[in-house]
Design a protein around this ligand. Structure first.
Ligand code: FE2
Length: 340
């Protein structure tokens, strides 16, 4: 398969150290042979992000057939997850595919879920995500940011790597609704301009979203099960607090610490490690969520082209167990007491 490096919108910047554009003539609307699927799988694992261009007329069943044919993904689990409660922004005929963007129908009613939360670095879990741009305005260009969690870890100074490896990230819905980011925004949640911490918590909580729901902890540094690279892996919006060497930090200290650690690999103004993808109709982005973080960008809702962006989105869980990834504990313990 032919691949070329990603090209940043600013041509003076070097290509990011991850991701590739697939230049082979691959039509994702067709049933792909095993050899092609294997080549895609290998490239995705190695580079974390693949961009396909010029795809046309993809419909949900085709898209699901493609994504779910990647061998390391758990098709059965993801199907049951996405069909248990079908929302209006999911395709009724194939609910594993969701509509995102600001697209409206002829009467002005929304066709897709619009996330206005702005910068929001996160992963969609530990599997793969797929985005297809069915249509997008020419101006202003709609964008998504991508960063390599592996490069972000490797960009840390040595002492901060050691610190990061001692951290567990506790997640909860204490500061958000427990629903999508779009619902969180409507309930008042706001991200800091960096997208690395929650600047304002939700003021409302939807029915059935108890504060204790979904509480879990994951190490901040995980090891990719196939590449063995260490990866900085976190979703700041849903962070409750950090724990270092078994001791909980305050919420504010947790947010400051996570922001400090993640900004080496995600700060757009300071680093060439972030790739900004400007969407053209027909683009497909396929990402390995064990490697790559992504972020929305602020929505230009005052523009005349309002109603023109329509994306298809799929996220699929990985098969378990994933050696070195599932259930992994912190990588390092210092054992000299609680941090202040
Ligand atoms: Fe996402």
């Amino acid at each position: 398969m032919e691949l070329v490096p990603l090209r940043p919108p600013d041509s003076s910047l070097a290509p990011p150290p991850f991701g590739r554009v697939v230049t082979s003539a691959i039509d994702l609307s067709k049933c792909l042979d095993e050899k092609t699927l294997e080549a895609i799988d290998t490239a995705l694992t190695q580079h974390g992000l693949l961009i396909f261009q010029g795809q046309r007329g993809l419909i949900p069943e085709m898209e699901w057939a493609f994504v779910s044919s990647l061998p390391w993904l758990d098709k059965e689990f993801s199907t049951s997850l996405k069909t248990s409660h079908v929302a209006w922004w999911q395709f009724a005929e194939c609910p594993m595919v969701r509509r995102l963007g600001d697209a409206v129908d002829d009467t002005g009613e929304p066709l897709a879920l619009l996330n206005r939360i702005g910068y929001e670095w996160h992963t969609d879990g530990g599997g793969a995500s797929y985005l297809y741009c069915e249509r997008a305005p020419h101006s202003p260009r709609r964008t998504t940011l991508f960063a390599s969690g592996a490069a972000a870890y490797e960009a840390l100074p040595a002492d901060r790597r050691i610190e990061a490896e001692r951290i567990m990230v506790h997640y909860s819905v204490r500061f958000v609704t427990g629903d999508t980011a779009a619902v969180d925004y409507n309930a008042g949640a706001r991200m800091a301009p960096s997208g690395l911490r929650l600047a304002k918590a939700c003021t409302e909580r939807g029915p059935g979203h108890a504060t204790g729901k979904g509480a879990h902890a994951r190490p901040l540094v995980r090891v990719h099960p196939l590449t063995s690279r260490k990866v900085l892996w976190a979703s700041p919006k849903n962070m409750d607090h950090l724990e270092i060497d078994g001791c909980a930090l305050s919420v504010e200290r947790s947010r400051e610490t996570l922001e400090e650690l993640m900004r080496y690999g995600t700060a757009t103004q300071d680093t060439a490690l972030v790739y900004e993808h400007r969407w053209n109709a027909g683009d497909v982005a396929l990402m390995d969520n064990r490697h790559v973080l992504h972020s929305t960008t602020p929505y230009p809702n005052e523009h005349d082209d309002h109603g023109q962006q329509l994306m298809h989105h799929i996220s699929v869980k990985a098969r378990r167990p994933q050696p070195g990834w599932s259930g992994v504990g912190i990588l390092r313990t210092r054992g000299d007491g609680c941090p202040r």
